[in-house]
Design a protein around this ligand. Structure first.
Ligand SMILES: [Zn+2]
Length: 415
């Protein structure tokens, strides 16, 4: 039986994955549980907009009772934004699987309503339980429907103590990263040295390590030395780091909260606004949109600043709070515009200067004149290729460039 659960956590406490880990122990699972991240631009989301799916066998009534009791016990009901949802599906025929897969593909990339989720759940014969407004059934259903043509793994360690401070041998994390990167990723922000395996919330997650295989995340965790008691660990199969949320779209097709890949031309030069954010205009045949690299994207902004009118680029990201602003996760520079500057000729060992508007140049020493205006191509301090925000500012779903390198069986080729 498929069990989908979402939205039991709050900003600071609980984590739906912890509930999943406890249920895995209680119910036993057929395969690794799935941790599915959904559209990161949705405003209603709790911390990371992650839902879980377990596949379990056994007495159906007992499974359902255990799951619902545990959600009742652990979910942070007092938190306004916490609206748990639980979905049970006993069997899926191919037609239902397809319906659920399509639902997942929308929930990971667009804005989906609770009503849509209920309709889809009913059409596949799912049993669903809404708590409070029940928004969680969107994620719960999507987690069951998720197909993972590309997948990654995360090992999550949960702690026994519930204090803010975490005790760990920090050097062991750097060693782990050194030995397992890039098969593990997002461990450390290489620009700032900041350790990223600790989540923002305090409880009950100690740390999470992400990687390309079950064995590498196990190996990485074995290298880390926590200096406090760890209650348990659980490995999840996930869509993190896979760009599962991105769809190629035209600018005119974008709806609020969409995630997309756009292909266009820089139509308004980058400018820095208050707060250190960089904005520029991108145009395709259907329209124009403002692209933003926010301050937390750090050195990524230095690349964005160098874009000039006419550069052809592909942008990866989505629309969040501001309806006509596309938040960048990464960009790919396809073609740099050629830029020319007027180049004055030289005479008597120095540059000729303007002889007046439209009159060409004049040598101030010998008086010689030159009419023709010469243009010189400006060397661009930028090269074609992919550029991404640093790991500390990266979305859970964003594929790190290090994963985009061509590998056997993976064809998201970098040039
Ligand atoms: Zn001269």
């Amino acid at each position: 039986m498929y069990v989908g659960i979402d939205d039991t956590d709050s900003e600071k406490r609980m984590c739906t994955t912890y509930l999943a880990a406890l249920l895995c122990e209680k119910l036993g699972t057929v395969e690794l549980p799935r941790l599915i991240r959904l559209n990161p631009n949705i405003p209603y989301k709790t911390r990371g907009n992650g839902a879980v799916c377990l596949i379990v066998e056994g007495d159906r009534a007992l499974i359902k009772k255990t799951v619902l009791d545990m959600v009742g016990e652990y979910a942070q009901f007092e938190e306004k934004k916490t609206n748990p949802g639980v979905v049970f599906i006993e069997k899926l025929n191919p037609a239902d699987k397809k319906k659920l897969r399509d639902f997942y593909r929308r929930a990971v990339s667009e804005l989906v309503s609770i009503e849509n989720a209920e309709k889809c759940a009913s059409s596949v014969g799912a049993e669903f339980h809404k708590f409070k407004n029940g928004r969680g059934i969107i994620g719960a259903l999507a987690a069951i429907g998720a197909e993972l043509p590309d997948k990654t793994y995360e090992i999550i360690a949960y702690r026994s103590h519930r204090k803010k401070e975490k005790k760990i041998d920090v050097d062991s994390i750097y060693r782990m990263d050194k030995e397992t990167y890039p098969e593990t990723f997002n461990n450390i922000d290489n620009n700032t040295g900041r350790i990223l395996i600790f989540p923002h919330g305090y409880d009950p997650v100690f740390c999470g390590i992400r990687g390309n295989s079950k064995s590498v995340v196990e190996k990485a965790w074995a290298m880390v030395k926590p200096l406090e008691e760890i209650e348990r660990t659980q490995i999840f199969v996930t869509n993190q780091g896979t760009d599962a949320h991105l769809r190629k779209k035209k600018i005119a097709e974008l709806k609020p909260y969409d995630c997309a890949i756009l292909n266009g031309t820089v139509a308004k030069e980058p400018r820095t606004i208050a707060g250190g954010h960089i904005l520029f205009g991108l145009r395709d045949l259907t329209g124009e949109i403002t692209c933003a690299a926010y301050k937390p994207t750090g050195p990524f902004r230095n690349t964005v600043k160098k874009l000039l009118l006419g550069d052809r680029i592909e942008v990866f990201g989505g629309i969040s709070k501001h309806p006509n602003t596309f938040n960048l996760e990464k960009i790919r520079i396809l073609k740099l515009a050629k830029v020319y500057l007027k180049d004055s000729p030289t005479c008597c060992g120095r540059r000729m200067t303007s002889a007046g508007k439209g009159k060409g140049y004049k040598c101030r020493k010998c008086g010689k004149r030159a009419r023709e205006i010469r243009l010189k191509e400006v060397l661009r301090d930028l090269v074609k290729g992919f550029y991404e925000v640093p790991p500390g500012a990266r979305r859970h779903l964003s594929m790190p460039l290090i994963r985009m390198k061509p590998k056997a069986g993976r064809s998201t080729g970098k040039e």
